[in-house]
Design a protein around this ligand. Structure first.
Ligand code: PMP
Length: 283
């Protein structure tokens, strides 16, 4: 596999990052994961807009301009022959003597990209649906910034596995924030689609925005408001969204079936609409 590190395409075995890199020492870095479908990138512009925002919120320099970042994505997809999968991009504040204070201006940010091959459109999990369990949300309070500080979501995922579930929905003040690596949604008995509004409490999912827009265009009722685990358990349907999972039905929450305990019709429809749109607009 070829990866990209600070200006060079190299075999993964040959890629190196400094032990002083602030991404390694402080989790002082941000990332994006863009999905590849039919060898093309889904919602690249959306991912770049969020990357710019993450960088700005942390006063971090951009490692390259957008056109260059696009060409690196394409080059990696081509070199690794990716038809379906992901491109992972990470930017850190770069390597400097270890100090909590940021390094002097002019320190070069690190830029790393790699690909992962994965069947995303024909995912058997979409037929089966996911099971989730609730856990307290113990992350920091700026979840709108897509940092590489992912230890708590990783612990939450392990907690889900220990409880024999696929994933965890995190709960704060009695309300669901989001999944470990996805946004959480429910559909009420009257067909209203519900997801939490954007704030510092959740990551502003690129897939979330696309699904809200597509749901509206298809004439579905939706409302952006938080919901509790109790409300979700009693909902007609539930699902999650993320760049790599698209729209993925949730069929059990803390052991209780959601609706009939199988992927719901509107969740399935939204998945279909999303994939069609992604195929049509990928670049
Ligand atoms: N929330 C969290 C915490 C995430 O890690 C992700 C995936 N990056 C998402 C939501 C979904 O975002 P997107 O649709 O942009 O993949």
């Amino acid at each position: 596999r070829t990866v990209y590190v600070n200006g060079a395409f190299v075999p993964e075995e040959a890629a190196t990052i400094s032990v002083f890199d602030r991404g390694f020492l402080f989790a002082d870095g941000v990332y994006e994961v863009t999905t590849v479908l039919g060898g093309r990138l889904i919602d690249f512009a959306g991912h770049m807009a969020r990357l710019r925002r993450s960088l700005a919120e942390l006063a971090m320099d951009a490692p390259a301009d957008e056109a260059e970042i696009l060409s690196i994505h394409r080059e990696l997809v081509a070199r690794n022959g990716i038809e379906e999968g992901m491109v992972y991009l990470q930017v850190t504040r770069g390597a400097a003597d270890r100090d909590f204070a940021f390094p002097p201006a002019g320190t070069k940010p690190s830029l790393v990209l790699f690909t992962q091959e994965k069947a995303v459109s024909d995912n058997p999990a979409a037929e089966k649906g996911l099971t989730v369990v609730s856990v307290p949300d113990q992350r920091w309070a700026r979840r709108d910034i897509k940092t590489v500080q992912l230890l708590y979501p990783s612990l939450a995922k392990m907690e889900a596995k220990a409880r024999d579930a696929d994933d965890a929905w995190m709960v704060e003040n009695g309300l669901v924030t989001e999944g470990t690596s996805n946004n959480a949604w429910i559909i009420l008995a009257d067909g209203t689609i519900v997801t939490r509004p954007r704030s510092e409490a959740i990551l502003h999912g690129i897939t979330r925005s696309a699904v809200l827009r597509l749901a509206e265009e298809a004439g579905h009722r939706f409302v952006e408001r938080p919901f509790s685990i109790e409300e979700a358990k009693g909902a007609a349907e539930a699902f999650i969204t993320s760049a790599s999972a698209f729209v993925m039905p949730v069929v059990r929450i803390d052991g209780a079936p959601v609706g009939a305990g199988v992927p719901g019709p509107l969740s399935r429809r939204l998945r279909q609409i999303y994939i069609e749109e992604a195929r049509r607009t990928a670049i």
